[in-house]
Each structure stands twice: as C-alpha cells, then as structure tokens.
Design a protein around this ligand. Sequence first.
Ligand code: GDP
Ligand code: IMO
Ligand code: MG
Length: 427
Amino acid sequence: MPATILIGAQWGDEGKGRVADWLAAESDVVARYAGGDNAGHTIYVQGQVYKLHLIPSGILHSHVTCILGNGMVINPINLMKEIQSLQQAGVTVNPDNLQVSARAHLITPGHVALDAAAEADRGADKIGTTLRGIGPAYMDKTGRSGIRAGTMLDVEVYAQELEHHLLCVNEGLKSRGASIDVEQQGAASVAAAHFLRPYIKDTSRTLNEKLRAGARILCEGAQGTFLDVDHGDYPFVTSSSPTVGGALTGLGIGALSVDRVIGVAKAFSTRVGAGPMPTEMDEALSSRLRGTGENFWDEFGTTTRRPRRCGWLDLVTLRYATMINGFSELVLTKLDVLSGFESLQLATAYRIDDTEVDHIPVSTFEMLRAQPIYETVPGWSEAIDAVRTWSDLPQAAQHYIDRISTLVGVPIRTVSVGPERDQLVHR
Ligand code: GDP
Ligand code: IMO
Ligand code: MG
C-alpha cells in the first residue's frame, strides 16, 4: 500500500520539510493535510534555501504532484505570493503540479485581525500564536460559517461572502477601535481568487485515483504532535490535527492505503510559543543550541523569527507521540548540533509533585509542573556534518541513537547531520 504519513513528533520544527524533501524524491504525490501558513518548512538544495509555508515540500521535485488538502486553512493572498515567489526562483509551479482542495477553508484578513485580538485579550496567558489567523479560521470551519476555497470558483459569490464576513468581523472589532478596510482587503482577496481558480480541484478524488493507479503518496505533516488540538498541551496548541488521523480526514484517503507512519524528531527539543516543556534548558545552553556565527543553527521560527526555546530530548513525549501515531520508524534530525557536548541528557520520566511518572499527564497544568528525570549518556567531540555512513558516526553518537530507539521502542534508520539535501545517514 503506497501512502506514507510524515508527522512531527514534538512541538513542530523537527525538520519535517527536509525529510519530506528527501522522501519526495521517491513519491509521486506530496500532500499537506493540516494547518496553514503557521508552518514554515526549510529546505536547502545546494546552498539555495527555500522556506515553504503552504506549498508541500515536494514542489522542489519536478515529477511530483503537490496537493493542499481539505484539512488545511489557506490564506489565498499568501498562497498566491508563495506560488509567485517560487516561480521567480525558477521552480515550476502551475495547475498541473499543484492542486488546492475546494474543501479547504480560507483564512481572511478578518481571521488575522481576530487572532491578534484574541492574543491581546489573553494578556500574560497568551498562547504565542503565529498570528496567521489559524484559530479563528478553524473556529469558523467548525462553526459552519467559514468560506471554502471552492467558493473562489465563482468570484462574484466569493466577493459577496467575503464582504459579509468582513463586515461581521468589523462589528466585533468596533469596541477595540479597530477595523478592516473592507473594500481594499476585498479587492486584494478577489485578485488572489482570480489567480488561484485554476488550481482548485476535488483533491480527494485526485488522491484516490492516483492511489488506485499505484502512485506513491507522501502526506506531509505540519506542526507537531504536542501542538495537536486533541493530543497536545491544550490550550497551548494549534487548532488542527497534525497527528495521524488528521492526515486521513485532511486528505480524504482511507486508513488501509497507509503502510508507513514516520515520526520526525529533532535530536533535542525545541518549542516556539508558550506551554509546557519539561526539559527546557537555561538561556546559556539554549543559545548554544541556537548557535552563533559559522555555527548558527537557526533555531528561530521560520514564520515568526521568534527564538525557539531549547531543551534536552524528552523521551516521555516521544513515547507518547509514538503511541498515538503508531510510528513505524523515527527519523532523527540535527544530530550535528549536539557535537561538542561532553555528555547529553535524555529525559526518561518526570517527577510531578513528588511522584515519578513515565507518561504524559492528562492535565496540562500537571505537565507544567513536570520535572525531568534524566539518564546521562556520553557525548562526542567531533563534527559529524560530513559523515554519510552509519559506521563513520562516532561510537557515542551511535549509542545516543540506539538508546533513543530502545527507550522509545521504535527503529531509527535515518538521521540528518546538516540541513543540506545530502546530509543524511541511512543505517
Ligand atoms: P519543519 O517545520 O519541521 O520543517 O522544520 P523547520 O524547517 O521549521 O526547522 C528545522 C530547521 O533545522 C531548519 O532551519 C532546517 O534547515 C534545519 N535542519 C534540518 N535538519 C537539520 C540537520 O540535520 N542539521 C542542521 N544543522 N540543521 C537542520
Ligand atoms: P511547522 O510546520 C512550530 C505554534 C505556535 C503557537 C501554537 C499556536 O513549521 O512545524 P497558531 O498560529 O497555530 O495558532 O499557534 O502553535 N506553531 C508552531 N510551532 N512549528 C510550527 O509549524 C507551528 N505552527 C504553529 O508557535 O505556540
Ligand atoms: Mg517549521
């Protein structure tokens, strides 16, 4: 069975984009199933850097058909800009290799304004959203008042629905003295609709026809397991389902078409935005992992440029992510960044209010109090970014990977040792 689902095993930014770019080489279709332009997937191809927010990472392979699935929320103006900027960079993007689900919901300028307003209302308790309008767009979807991409096929109807929606949002914003310029934003959205119309299709049909014809499909996750609205650290989550079920719902494919579920985990932990992170390090260690100068590891949000919070690898969360997603394997990224530590820490359990637990507590407030219990393992001093074979990895690096695999209970066959396309080690 030919579908693979690729899922972030932590709090996003695990390196899904670079792993999807690798797997895309052997895929016929790459499909995003959840989230919107809150995602930022970075891919290096021979020194050229691509930062994708909405378009699947398969776009950098000319043989691949890319799909934006029905589970996504799409800002049409930003999608148009992303297509145009890729085209300007010489990447082929046209309605033959990119399809947008008519059932995907649209993010409007109203949703963006409401996201900012909700965050301002939360004050010190803010989630630290990417301010891309994600939450309000999914609220309108589940509230059955959203606008779907298919509406753009009749631009006149779309313009009317959008105007009505923006006027409603303006009513709500009145008390804050804020408002959206309905005419100007409406005109920009209508221009985007004209541009995007040829891309809008019934992508569930496309995917199922391709599956029947034996095509290999890669479902590219965005965000990560602990940002999942059901399984993550609610309320410090996004509003979609980045986990395994989200791929099926968000694309309209059957469970039996999937034979691989790959989790992507960074060799340490990072989180951007608020919420629990039991293994979070102090600022000195965090900034070492973010790097400086020549060893700048770019632990800054691709979408918002906020510095990412860094921590040791948390095996309690990885075990949970493996359990709920049913990972058949893990890919470990950014192993090169750990070179030069005398020893490394792996969190194997938590202490919560004097009780030792080996699983994620149901309550996020308990999770906020969780103190990690560490196993210390030896580090390695040598740089590994030029390593391409398992046997050339330092013994301590091999041990680190094996220990993770054993304690999580899932094989690790691929690790990345740098951001470039070829900086992968397969076992
Ligand atoms: P995604 O959202 O999961 O696709 O991850 P991001 O692209 O937001 O963040 C991952 C960052 O790590 C990007 O800047 C990648 O270029 C970079 N990266 C990915 N794999 C590696 C690696 O093995 N080593 C290093 N040094 N950087 C990597
Ligand atoms: P990729 O696909 C990391 C986080 C935000 C915030 C929370 C809610 O690049 O891994 P939202 O704007 O979605 O309402 O914000 O989710 N977040 C991400 N963090 N990587 C992402 O995507 C993220 N997408 C959302 O920082 O904490
Ligand atoms: Mg990212």
